[in-house]
Design a protein around this ligand. Structure first.
Ligand code: NDP
Length: 327
């Protein structure tokens, strides 16, 4: 038996409960993992609350990422005792996920726990930190360097935003943080932000082009914010777009792309190939330390994850939430 959050389809929307399940209920897969830690991501909040239809079949164990130890494997790449992590691949959406003490998945979805960090640290980083690093790599791949100018990070108090600030500042970039919670300025500065702006500056419909303000951006917000971010990006700059906290729409103009050579670089963590994942985890591992993680992440248990999901979707949760599935 193992404990899990199980989300079932109710008449008035999905209903999540912590339940004990038999191992024979685990889905198909060639690797069984004893999960140590998972996390509560925006997408998990959507799965638990049903605010957006991310769950593709019910009942579903949410949890788009986990860290744990291989218990049994018929996949030649993995053996019992291996320390592994998983991010994405539709886990927690179409295949039972990490908010459980046990998971069974395809071996090709797993990544070895990077050297130098623990499973708990990997989950404190989680999909958010790994996505933040994919965004940093996207900026670098398009030639953005610390000397190019400041980098804007939107949704700064969120998981992706917090790690993007921390990684960029440790890599020598000057970071501007855009947030709806300017009262959290001290936290954002402790992560490495040099300047804080109110997200209201960017969230309303704007002009096709504005004053050139940043050499690059990590946008976790989408919608008018992304359009305004592109409109205020310096000539030749790059915007790494990974999120939709404001909305999925992109009500912008092509002006920044065709008149300033701005690049809009899409970032996806879910289906990223194994080599891309390994590169991102390898890059971020040396930038992870308990001081930063202590500021960004806090731990809860499975039952608390259920209760916290609506607050996460309402943008009331700061940083990362690590779920100790054995608590
Ligand atoms: P969080 O919920 O931790 O953070 C989102 C942040 O966005 C909030 O903290 C808030 O920051 C800001 N925000 C919330 N609502 C609004 C709004 N209406 N308008 C403007 N800003 C808003 O989420 P994550 O950091 O985990 O994820 C951020 C986004 O990235 C999500 O949309 C998520 O789905 C997406 N994502 C995409 C991935 C990919 O592979 N492409 C992977 C991981 C996440 P503040 O209070 O500072 O304003």
């Amino acid at each position: 038996m193992f404990n899990a959050i199980l989300v079932e389809k109710g008449d008035a929307g999905p209903v999540g409960k912590v339940v004990a399940l038999d191992d024979d209920k685990l889905p198909e897969g060639d690797v069984t993992v004893r999960v140590d830690y998972s996390t509560l991501n925006y997408k998990d909040g959507l799965a638990i609350t049903g605010k957006m239809p991310v769950v593709r079949k019910y009942p579903m164990v949410p949890g788009i990422d986990f860290a744990g130890t291989v218990e049994a494997s018929t996949n030649p790449k993995w053996k019992a005792g291996d320390k592994v992590i998983l991010n994405g691949w539709g886990v927690g959406e179409g295949h039972w996920g990490g908010l459980a003490q046990r998971a069974r998945v395809k071996g090709e979805w797993l990544t070895a726990l990077p050297k130098g960090i623990t499973g708990r640290q990997a989950m404190a980083v989680g999909t958010a930190g790994y996505t933040a690093m994919l965004c940093v790599i996207a900026l670098e791949n398009h030639g953005v360097k610390p000397a190019s100018g400041s980098i804007l990070v939107t949704g700064a108090n969120g998981g992706v935003g917090s790690f993007a600030i921390s990684f960029l500042s440790q890599l020598g970039y000057t970071v501007i943080a855009s947030t709806g919670r300017v009262n959290e300025a001290e936290y954002l500065k402790s992560l490495g932000a040099s300047e804080i702006i109110d997200r209201a500056e960017l969230s309303a419909p704007g002009k096709p082009m504005g004053k050139e303000r940043w050499a690059g951006a990590v946008d976790t917000v989408g919608s008018h914010t992304l359009a305004n971010v592109c409109a205020q990006t310096k000539y030749g700059g790059t915007v790494a777009a990974c999120g939709l906290a404001q909305g999925m729409d992109f009500p912008g103009s092509v002006a920044p792309f065709i008149l300033r050579g701005v690049t809009l670089a899409g970032v996806d963590s879910v289906m990223a190939p194994a080599a891309v994942r390994e590169a991102a985890w390898h890059r971020l591992a040396p930038l992870v330390n308990d001081k930063t993680l202590g500021a960004i992440a806090h731990d809860i248990g499975l039952a608390e994850a259920l209760a916290l999901a609506p607050d996460l979707i309402a943008g009331k949760v700061r940083g990362r939430v690590v779920v100790d599935v054995n608590r």
